[in-house]
Design a protein around this ligand. Structure first.
Ligand code: HMG
Ligand code: MG
Length: 297
């Protein structure tokens, strides 16, 4: 059967805005985060403490977190290395997310590291974060396919994922960075993690909707027992270093399906839709989400 409740992990302000051409003013970002929290989203990933020339859209991370103040302390932020961790610690943040790659090519393109070197970069980062009492999430990208390497063997994904968890991460988010996953592949990947001793309680799914498969993949993951799903308000997003990565699964599309299935999520759909309509105005382009288009008029 399906789970009775799921947690939606909102990534719009981070995965969404990192890939938009427009540089959004920090006050607009802060309002975006606050509106998403007000809409009932339990977790809103706010920004990234990465190199500012690698992701100029999020170069204002420190200003954003200062603007959010106490409300922002528990919100997760992306951190790739100790320099990023230092920046997060200075602000008293409590939750970081590291982001590894299942493939050699994407480790190089996204992190400027080899596959093995990425773990050497994360190891002291996670150790120091845990010592400071922070919670650490780990992403693994290119879990289903890689634009340069093609199909990614499931065993390679399990190896990358378990290495990240073993560093001390509490949750592993399995990223379909370029949206090529299909439902049966999702079932097989979750089963392979179970065989490796990683249960669904430690997994989240991170779908991109490039091929229109994100909801089908979500349904498949629900049937496998996954209860945490990443989504982006309005379907914003992608990854600047992944060729052909388009928007994430839209939060609104996910909420619509979960409500129809009678699965608790705690999110006010109308409030997310109006937030996405407002953000579309700020970005000067319509939301790609079918549910936003249907309800947002
Ligand atoms: P590097 O050039 O190898 O860095 O980049 P380095 O360690 O050699 O340091 C070079 C300089 O950068 C030094 O300064 C550092 O201090 C500085 P210098 O001494 O020359 O003056 N530096 C930093 N400054 C600020 N903040 C930092 C930082 N780190 C170093 N954190 C690095 C390596 C990891 C930094 C770089 O590759 C990077 O920033 N990558 C981030 C790429 C990124 O953000 N991608 C998008 C997120 S991942 C994603 O979207 C996928 C996901 O959604 C899941 C999915 O869909 O699959 C999560
Ligand atoms: Mg992503």
């Amino acid at each position: 059967g399906l789970p009775s409740a799921v947690t939606i992990y909102e990534v719009g302000p981070r995965d969404g805005l990192q890939n938009e051409k427009a540089i959004v003013p920090v006050a607009v970002k802060a309002e975006f985060v606050r509106r998403l929290l007000t809409a009932g989203l339990p977790i809103v990933e706010a920004t990234s403490f990465v190199h500012p020339t690698w992701v100029p859209q999020l170069a204002d991370a420190a200003e954003l977190m200062a603007d959010l103040g106490e409300e922002g302390r528990h919100l997760p932020v992306l951190v790739p290395n100790e320099r990023g961790l230092d920046r997060a610690l200075e602000l008293g943040l409590e939750h970081i997310a590291i982001f590894g790659s299942a493939t050699e090519t994407f480790a190089s393109k996204n992190l400027n590291r080899t596959f093995d070197e990425q773990f050497a970069m994360f190891e002291p980062t996670v150790a120091r974060a845990r010592e400071a009492g922070m919670d650490v999430r780990a992403y693994v990208s290119m879990c289903f396919g890689d634009p340069w390497e093609g199909a990614v063997p499931i065993g390679q994904v399990v190896t990358a994922g378990t290495r990240l968890l073993d560093l001390g991460a509490s949750q592993l988010s399995l990223g379909d960075t370029i949206g090529v996953a299909t439902a049966g592949h999702v079932t097989a990947l979750v089963a392979a993690f179970a065989d490796a001793g990683v249960g669904t309680d430690r997994l989240a799914m991170h779908f991109h909707d490039t091929y229109g498969q994100a909801l089908a993949n979500t349904y498949s993951a629900l049937q496998s027992g996954i209860t945490t799903f990443d989504a982006s308000a309005g379907g914003l997003g992608g990854c600047p270093y992944a060729k052909s990565a388009t928007g994430n699964l839209a939060t609104e599309d996910l909420v619509w399906m979960l409500t129809g299935l009678g699965i608790d999520h705690g999110v006010d759909l109308d409030a997310v839709v109006s937030t996405s309509v407002w953000m579309a105005g700020e970005l000067g382009r319509p939301s790609p989400s079918a549910v936003v288009r249907a309800l947002g008029g």
